[in-house]
Design a protein around this ligand. Sequence first.
Ligand code: PHB
Length: 403
Amino acid sequence: MTLTNRNMCTGISRRTALKGVAGVAVAAGFAPVRSATGQIAPVKVGFLLPYSGTYAALGNNITEAFKLYVEERGGKLGGRPVEYVAVDDESDPGKAADNTNKLVTRDKVDVIVGTVHSGVQLGVSKVARDTNSLLIIPNAGVNAATGSLCASGIFRSSFSNWQPGYPMGRVMVERGHKRAVTLTWKYAGGEEILGGFKEGYEKAGGKVVEELYLPFPNTEFQALLTKIAEIKPDAVFVFFAGGGAVKFVKDYHAAGLRKSIPLYSTGFLTDGTLKAQGEAAEGLLTTLHYGDGLDTPKDNAFRTAFEARGKGEADVYAVQGYDAAQMLAAGLDAVKGDVGARADLVKGIERATIDSPRGPFTVGKNHNPIQDIYLREVKNGKNIVVGVAAKALMDPGRGCKLA
Ligand code: PHB
């Protein structure tokens, strides 16, 4: 038998329960959960990620890198072994609440690590908040997750949708592009990333003259490319990622638009996709909280270790998965694995400086990373960092009331 913090719901205090079952005196300080035989019980991590569809590669890299960090720590966080369950969320918002409830109620996980798709995240975050679950978001940028839906047990290791596009606005205006068309999938992720861009672009003096959309995860771009050619803006700013990003970059190139109407995006367009995009991606400028060629000891070690697993190259998604594990470790180390000591666990993450391959970061009051946004250029199949578009950029956390 193992005990989890959910024993608190029975009305017996968790510490009394522990004492009764395992005979462990825990009054002074923290203690990890033990089974009746005295074994330290594993921390149960529930991955809720896309393992199929256009975002499958993203979910896989997050999972692999999370496991890599745990293995580097000898398989233990906060002194406890780690056990995993994984659910494919299929990037389907309609299944988000059920899938999250399954992890909480059926699997009784100690922490949920999920997800990638902003629309799914809305459902996941609502359930996590209602059940007071610990949740670490390893990608989905939906602003509400660290805004109106923020909660003390909800952290993000990635970005808010506002963050990566906002600084590109100024970059494009400085490059002389005053009239832009935007294009993305019509769902929270696409709309909000373009919203962050538009805010930065119009503040810098640019004007978005047309906002074009297609349904997620549709990749029939031809009619929209024809429309862009007719409008003749100074530049185009898009959001696509994963399989859809590969197809879009190839189609834009094949349509012969690259020279006449320069293409810009957040780095999601070209991260983890460059091998498949090939020549079509060369020269693209993007903004993101990660890039190639950082050449720091931390990033070099991370990339080597990730690639040694034989599941492909590291990218931004792998970094976010690795850092989700580092954040969990910071919390569990602070309470010696005692997940019931929630307030101290949360403080442990809030106070940590995460030694990320992207560069060290801390989280803001809304639990979203405060981080540099790099300007990157695709050169010889790599997203080479060519500058910093915004230093220590903090999400505004609109609507979040965490003190
Ligand atoms: C999102 O839906 O928030 C999202 C998905 C994929 C990305 C970035 C953001 O690469």
